[in-house]
Design a protein around this ligand. Sequence first.
Ligand SMILES: N[C@@H](CCC(=O)N[C@@H](CS)C(=O)NCC(=O)O)C(=O)O
Length: 219
Amino acid sequence: MTNEIKEILIYGHASGPNPWKVIMVLEELELPYKHKLLEMSEIKQEPYIHLNPNGRVPTIEDPNTGITLWESGAIIEYLIDTYDKERKLSIDTFPEKYHLKQFLYFQSSGQGPYYGQLAWFKAFHPEKIESAIARYEDQAIRVVAVLDKILQGKEYLVGNRITYADIAFVSWEVTIRKMIPDLDERAERLYPNYLAWFRRVSARPSVKRTLKLKSEAMA
Ligand SMILES: N[C@@H](CCC(=O)N[C@@H](CS)C(=O)NCC(=O)O)C(=O)O
């Protein structure tokens, strides 16, 4: 089936975690794709903002269906609905189908933005504002604690097997380790369910492949 599918074009950026989150799903589903890496300045200008007026990556263009789509969560839902017919990364039964969406929304609104703000205030903001750094580090750790509690006695977030819900979190979990370098050490003591899950999902060949592509892109 994969042979009949034309390459999906994804616009991304070397260091930004959100495009890599989508690439992990493309890799898992073994879909053909081409990754067009943009510079930060290109993301804010024509011709790219014609595709995505929000001036952020990722965006995909899928010649198989004619869709142009941005927002990484929406792209993942689209890829799952369109291409995961064998339910490799999804579950279609009730209530799991909705729990998958719950975790994708939690990731997109509860993990990504807090981790992103921590990265911004720690690494990019021109002034060092300790209260902002403390606020977002507290929030990042709170998200870790929530995940740890959810994962008590479980290997995966939904249905006791890997799904797009687990995959969606990994890219930001990798990035946040640069902002909280002792996170693994802290998690070993305080958040062992979370840490075991993070290591389990990160060990997947698709995730490892994606992270290798990312480090090559950043070199
Ligand atoms: N909610 C968006 C966030 C996209 C986003 O912020 N992407 C970052 C890269 S990870 C970006 O384009 N940054 C450029 C900028 O902030 O100007 C999504 O999930 O797709």
